[in-house]
Design a protein around this ligand. Structure first.
Ligand code: CTP
Length: 219
């Protein structure tokens, strides 16, 4: 019997790309590695996984993992809404763009002017919006990438997004965060803080799911 047999998990991963015109977008450096490692690890522990991913170069072939590829935050939100009810655990590891261009040009923008301004509007906060409809039997995990006041910001995120756990990466730790195969995390729960050493993202995924399992056994 595996740790998560019979459980359904929804994971967001990667960046989102917000189009400016047909050839340009606003994006970020997320590679999706952490989310894909989590999906693989959950599947190996017997969970059925819905992996909703922004643009990445990664692939995952596992009979228990269904991958939905999206581009924008709105598309990621729509895909999440489809699976939110039926899943027991939600893990929000995507680096969702906070803003998108208010208007998307239908044709390529020409460099006619010396300065150029793009008006941005706020994207939906997927974790916070779904957090409002979360049932008590559902368990949710968010990620936080902070540069300062890490612990305080992580605790605020637990409340603001109605999460059961926040996985904190500090940009102050060498080897953690974007563009690395390693990560150094701190897990923040309402009643506990767990610190871990610098590890491969696969090993970090195992630590995260062991911590989720321990916490779910208590609720
Ligand atoms: N998240 C999300 N949808 C968004 C933005 C963030 O689902 N539009 C999720 C991320 O996947 C992550 C968590 O929320 O799990 C933390 O995101 P972050 O951008 O660090 O937090 P914010 O509350 O937006 O705080 P900040 O003011 O630092 O941007």
């Amino acid at each position: 019997m595996h740790l998560f047999s019979g459980k359904k998990v929804m994971i967001t991963a990667g960046p989102t790309y917000e189009p400016i015109d047909p050839v340009r977008f606003i994006g970020n450096h997320s590679t999706g590695k952490m989310g894909f490692a989590l999906a693989q690890c959950f599947a190996e522990e017997g969970a059925e996984v819905q992996l909703i991913s922004g643009p990445t170069s990664l692939t995952l072939n596992h009979p228990l993992v269904q991958v939905t590829n999206v581009m924008t935050a709105d598309q990621m939100f729509a895909a999440c809404q489809q699976h939110a009810q039926e899943t027991d655990i939600w893990v929000f590891s995507a680096a969702v763009a906070d803003y998108r261009p208010k208007e998307v040009a239908g044709t390529k923008i020409k460099k006619n002017e010396d300065t150029f301004t793009i008006e941005l509007v706020k994207n939906v906060d997927i974790a916070a919006t779904l957090g409002k409809q979360k049932r008590p039997d559902q368990f949710t995990v968010g990620f936080a990438l902070e540069t300062n006041n890490e612990m305080e910001n992580a605790r605020a995120k637990l409340l603001k997004k109605n999460l059961n756990m926040v996985v904190l990466n500090s940009l102050n730790d060498p080897g953690a965060g974007f563009k690395h195969d390693t990560n150094k995390i701190t897990i923040v729960k309402p009643e506990a803080v767990e610190t871990y050493e610098l590890k491969s993202k696969e090993q970090v995924a195992q630590d995260i799911i062991a911590s989720i399992k321990a916490e779910m056994a208590c609720v």
